[in-house]
Write a protein that binds this ligand. Sequence first.
Ligand code: OXK
Length: 442
Amino acid sequence: MVETSQTAPPDGMRAGQNADAGPGGRSWTGPGAAPAPGAAMEKAGGPLTGVRVLELGSLIAGPFAGRQLADFGAEVIKIESPDRPDPMREWGRARMHGHTLWWSVQSRGKKCVTLDLKSPRGRELFLELCREADVILENFRPGTLEKLGLAPDVLWQGNPGLVIARVSGYGQTGPDANKPGYASVAEARGGLRHLNGYPDQAPPRTGISLGDSLASLYALQGILLALYWRDARGGTGQVVDVSLVEACFSLLESAVPDYAAQGIVPGPSGSGLKGIAPSNIFRSSDGKWVVIAANQDSVFVRLAAAMGTPELASDPLYSNHASRGVNQEALEQLIAEWAARFNHSELVACLDRHAVPNSTVSTIEDIFEDPQLRARGMLVEVPDEQLGAVVQPGVIPKLSRTSGGIAWNGPLSPGSHNSDVYGGLLKLNGEELQHAKDEGAI
Ligand SMILES: CC(C)(COP(=O)(O)OP(=O)(O)OC[C@H]1O[C@@H](n2cnc3c(N)ncnc32)[C@H](O)[C@@H]1OP(=O)(O)O)[C@@H](O)C(=O)NCCC(=O)NCCSC(=O)C(=O)O
């Protein structure tokens, strides 16, 4: 695996700056507050230290995987066109000093370089970078790399070990391969959209670009599988082909065998799941929604006790999964009447005492107050010379020995790592760098 140095923070951040607050920031404890005693400190580095990734593409579906790779120590070099930076730089609602903040999250720990893949010198530099890399991660429309003369076979000539992860709307093959795609479209085509919402209403989105992040997680999985095969099993590079549509489709649970066997077409099931009971939202006396989920015999016994009606658990109407499914409506009505007698904190406390899975429906405001998420280091304040600090979601999953962390916020200027990457890694001297810049290649 390629040796790498993770020591170059972007413009606007002093080298070693993070050392004051732990290598990757500190757990967020509120404006101006000191870290909570024993708060988890994020660490830079991680199990992928030494893996070098070139990230091409934009927005979410590829870059979200790049973010995870960077969290776990990979050196992720994000390549942007010199005259058309990633539009993600403008996405997000809050603006600080003219910058939106989603970028800080999506590009955290990455090195940003500019490179015109359409110019001969740019293409040459890219091929040199490929020789030094382990992984290419791209989410262009299929055929774009090929149009640039950078098809996998070309890249493998210089580096047969390259893992090439390609995220696209429909996959690299098939009649729709060349169509552009977005999460919204993929969620519809892959079957998720039809299941969301209420019968006879327009099917709503989930409020996030779920299909993109989902596909990106499959890309991450594919990259790790391909690296394992290459490095532990003596394999070579290969293409990891991820489709947004298939990523959505893969979540459909029993729909495929159910339809094939008996023609069952599931529809939208509102706030619960048809036949899975009880698992729904119930309103407390103070008007808060609380999810109560006891859709398993052992847990239902505990809910029945919490409700002061232990006999429900042995009532043939509700005593097993199938009977609760058939009598779902009546059962949920009983729970709704019981829940409405308590305010939400009483309700949650009672359910907790009986170990019944439950939660109020959190807003982001609630999440910032959530002691569990805070104790797990899921809100991390990452210092930034230009933005002051950005509170970021923490790293998932938690690895006990090689935890990874957030090295720095997404670099705010395109090309902030040009000298580090082209000068340091490709050994271009000052004159060559300037020339590449003057001719518009970087
Ligand atoms: C997102 C897209 C619809 C955007 O469509 P387009 O802008 O038409 O295409 P592309 O992104 O593939 O490429 C645009 C052009 O930029 C060129 N390009 C890109 N990078 C470079 C660099 N570094 N240098 C020079 N030229 C470059 C590339 O060659 C193409 O040129 P020309 O070929 O000459 O035009 C598509 O990329 C796509 O379908 N991607 C796969 C699915 C996906 O990731 N979707 C999720 C996005 S976020 C989302 O879903 C959501 O928000 O929801």
